[in-house]
Design a protein around this ligand. Structure first.
Ligand code: HEC
Length: 151
């Protein structure tokens, strides 16, 4: 009897961890009306992700404004505002709903902003900073091309 209970709990443990692992990789998605992958979130989670997106657009706008004026201090501040620090306290349930490649592309984008901020602080040139911005916005385009949010 004792052994049987042990076995049942091991099976249950594998089922729970296995289900979580599948969710962690696949997220909660369907195919949307325009054939992009729809990452389905509840309204609060969707607001959170879209709010983060608007902050990133604001950072891109701030970067371009600062670089056009040659204000490198302002440029690094704009890059910092979209760095990893803005993504640190993401809710684990939301993280489980996002597909793995979405998380990687998203986190990689925050990291790229942090790296650019460091490069600017270390005295990179404006053309180099613009090149990095082009690479960052390629990530924005790549993700938007294949993903949308649903409920
Ligand atoms: C990992 C994927 C991903 C990356 C990277 C990404 N986005 Fe998004 N973004 C999305 C998704 C998904 C939506 C929702 C689009 C939809 O539902 O049609 C979105 C929406 C937005 C919106 C609309 C916000 C609103 O309030 O409706 C803006 C602005 C935006 N993104 C800006 C950016 C910028 C700027 C970057 C790059 C610096 C970026 N995003 C990078 C996935 C991403």
């Amino acid at each position: 009897m004792k052994n049987k209970l042990g076995l049942i709990s091991i099976v249950l443990w594998f089922l729970t961890v296995g289900t979580f692992a599948v969710f962690f990789v696949k997220g909660t998605t369907t195919v949307s009306s325009d054939q992009r992958r729809s990452v389905n979130l509840n309204p609060q989670e969707k607001d959170l992700v879209l709010g983060e997106m608007r902050s990133m657009l604001k950072a891109v706008n701030g970067m371009l404004g600062a670089l056009s004026e040659g204000d490198m201090k302002k440029a690094s501040e704009a890059a910092d505002s979209a760095g990893m620090a803005m993504a640190v306290d993401a809710d684990p349930i939301l993280m489980a709903k996002l597909p793995l490649d979405f998380k990687e592309l998203g986190m990689g984008t925050h990291k790229a902003f942090d790296e650019l901020s460091t490069r600017i602080k270390n005295g990179t040139t404006i053309p180099e900073a613009l090149k990095a911005m082009n690479q960052i916005t390629t990530r924005c385009v790549a993700c938007h091309e294949v993903n949308r949010l649903g409920t």
